[in-house]
Ligand binder design. Structure first.
Ligand SMILES: [Mg+2]
Length: 313
């Protein structure tokens, strides 16, 4: 378990840090000047190895789940991050999504944690997908690798803290289902197919989700991995981000190539890479993450300690 936690969390964090300096850059600009390693400065003028909100919110969830599942505590930790710079590299928040900011503000004005996430169609940014991975470790400690109804409900509740629309809930459900299939030690392509299919099967049988299923049709289609890059969008829309991340996993054979491909798709570089990197880390393992990248990561020992604390419990 310790290894999976370290591999997934650091896989996500390193990929986030690779994307931070070029966030919002277009794909065509990156074609001329592709990212090949850890860069400094750029979009947010941060030193190399600086990770962003994707990792910060992931660490909030990881740290909270170490004490058990408590939605209120997760929101409290999000607040500590947003208001006071906890769980950041340099006690400073330089990136936050709109839906996340609004949800934390609602919590600050006294709304119950479970009612804070936006429920509108335009609230479907990738802000809950990018931070959902730690839930895998909690769910496996409770239910094993098969996700039952209660497990899906918990995934949806944790997404809903900031992103409560069904489309975001499904994205998180598919992601955790794939992550779970990866830890069941199948080959990557098979794990992605099986994980996707299991989640889809679950959602098809839940009436409140059926009309949302059309948005995930491409993921299920046989030719998804073979789609040309031009048909893969790397925006902050949750469906685009999930598709782009999985497409990168399906079209590369190691951690390095996967996360660089994700970053070089452009636009929401850090989050597409973080979402891909979490699964790539899980599959290829911590040792597959280039050490020259790991060496730049801000507060690496702190992150590893949070991973170990979780594993101990
Ligand atoms: Mg970010």
């Amino acid at each position: 378990m310790t290894n999976y936690i370290k591999s997934g969390i650091m896989g996500l964090c390193v990929a986030d840090a690779l994307g931070v300096p070029v966030e919002f850059m277009s794909r065509s600009s990156l074609k001329n000047d592709p990212v090949v390693g850890m860069r400094a400065y750029g979009t947010y003028n941060q030193p190399a190895g600086t990770w962003s909100d994707d990792t910060s919110m992931t660490l909030c969830l990881l740290d909270s789940l170490a004490g058990g599942l408590d939605y209120d505590d997760i929101m409290k930790k999000f607040r500590q991050w947003f208001d006071a710079g906890a769980y950041t590299p340099y006690e400073e928040v330089f990136d936050v999504g709109t839906a996340t900011r609004k949800a934390i503000n609602r919590y600050s004005t006294g709304k119950p944690a479970r009612e804070c996430g936006g429920k509108n169609e335009h609230d479907n940014g990738n802000g809950s997908l990018m931070r959902i991975l730690p839930l895998l470790f909690y769910l496996q400690s409770r239910f094993g690798t098969e996700l039952n109804r209660e497990a899906f409900d918990i995934i949806h509740n944790v997404s809903s803290l900031t992103h409560a629309h069904q489309r975001s809930l499904i994205a998180c459900g598919i992601y955790i289902s794939i992550a779970s299939a990866i830890t069941a030690a199948t080959e990557l392509k098979t794990a992605i197919e099986q994980g996707t299919e299991k989640a889809m099967q679950y959602y098809r049988n839940q009436s409140e989700f059926t009309q949302e299923m059309q948005h995930y049709k491409r993921l299920e289609s046989n030719g998804f991995a073979q789609l040309p890059e031009a048909e893969i969008k790397s925006s902050g829309y949750v469906v685009d981000t999930l598709e782009a991340a999985l497409w990168c996993l399906l079209n590369t054979g190691n951690y390095r190539d996967c996360v660089l491909k994700a970053v070089n798709l452009g636009e929401d570089t850090d989050t597409v890479a973080a979402v891909a990197g979490g699964l790539a880390g899980l599959y290829y393992g911590y040792e597959s993450i280039p050490s020259e990248w790991l060496d730049t990561i801000a507060k690496r020992d702190y992150i590893l300690t949070l991973c170990e604390n979780f594993a101990d419990i």
